[in-house]
Design a protein around this ligand. Structure first.
Ligand code: UDP
Ligand code: MG
Length: 309
């Protein structure tokens, strides 16, 4: 059995399309499927639709959150509730095209791999600014982190149970699955496909949300910013040393003028700025630690028709 884990946040327009499309492509495949929809605190008719589907079709299950906890939490809950020997995580808007499912199944059962992951070969139809910053992010994180993240990789993955269990065993609160999948290891085969536009509705990711998400990725999988901060401190100390020598020398010469207060203020403000910036970076890590030590629940369930495995 293959479990399809599908996070949904205000997706009343797309769920039925998704359900129909999956049923169409999985008509004569050599595996049975189970749907695990996760309603991530939607405020539209999403939950209503999920209840109806699960009543009509006993392969359909759902978990509903008490509020919006974010896609990462939804994926976690979905994986926890899935029962299949294989588990697929995919979006409900058909941007992770279901027609790839039979091919992914063929690859995972015939080749030596634990996971088949899909990535977009292009970003056609996406705003140029978004693609630009996405590129920048991938370049940055792959440079400063040992956990490599494939550019264009989506959260569309066909995994064996052992990989799912590894992902579930990581109970960290600040989740960034693109990094986590890579961090747990296992053999991954990559499958590319042309970009697909959303089937209906609008994207739930604003630019700010994406920015925060990428920051989460960097903080969770790299401590290079912390080392950079220390290096910066060292560089400034070294640079200040000759200046200090000159200043002391000038004081020793009798009658030296105390001019140049503007440059002094400039330097002070500049250094204060650098210090605050560095403190801020350290603070970001500390805040993550703070949240992690509180051991908060990743999500809160409101309603489901399932038990945790
Ligand atoms: N999603 C979610 N919680 C959120 C935001 C998004 O569960 O807070 C789901 C959403 O319903 C969809 C998937 O995550 O199934 C991807 O979202 P979207 O299509 O809006 O993102 P995009 O494809 O534009 O990056
Ligand atoms: Mg989408």
């Amino acid at each position: 059995m293959v479990s399809l884990v599908v996070p949904c946040f205000n997706e009343e327009e797309t769920i039925d399309i998704f359900y129909a499309e999956v049923n169409r492509v999985c008509q004569d495949v050599p595996f049975t499927i189970e749907f695990v929809f996760v309603d991530d605190g939607s405020r539209d008719r999403t939950l209503e639709i999920l209840r109806r589907l699960s009543r009509e079709d006993d392969r359909v299950h759902y978990v509903s959150f008490s509020r919006n906890f974010g896609k990462e939490a939804a994926l976690y809950a979905g994986l926890q509730h899935s029962k299949g020997e294989y588990v697929v995580t995919m979006d409900v808007d058909l941007q992770d095209p279901p027609y790839l499912l039979p091919e992914m199944y063929r690859i995972i059962t015939t080749q030596e791999c634990d996971c088949v992951a899909a990535f977009r070969e292009n970003r056609e139809g996406e705003p140029a600014v978004r693609s630009f910053f996405a590129k920048l992010f991938y370049r940055l994180i792959n440079r400063i982190s040992r956990t490599k993240i494939v550019e264009g990789a989506r959260d569309y993955r066909f995994m064996k149970r052992k990989m799912v269990d590894a992902v579930l065993n990581d109970r960290e609160y600040n989740r960034f699955s693109k990094g986590l999948y890579s961090w747990v290891g296992f053999e991954t085969e990559w499958l590319s496909y042309p970009n697909v536009e959303r089937s209906a509705g609008v994207t739930k990711w604003s630019f700010l949300k994406l920015f925060k998400y990428s920051l989460e990725g960097i903080l969770a999988y790299s401590t290079v910013p912390l080392s950079l901060v220390s290096c910066l401190g060292l560089v400034f100390c070294l640079a200040a040393f000759p200046g200090l020598c000159v200043a002391v020398g000038k004081v020793l010469i009798p009658g030296g003028p105390a001019a140049g207060w503007l440059s002094m203020v400039g330097i002070l403000v500049f250094l204060a700025g650098i210090q605050l910036l560095c403190l801020g970076i350290v603070g970001l890590y500390v805040s993550r630690m703070y949240l992690e030590t509180k051991g908060r629940q990743i999500y809160i369930e409101k309603e489901t028709d399932l038990d945790i495995r």
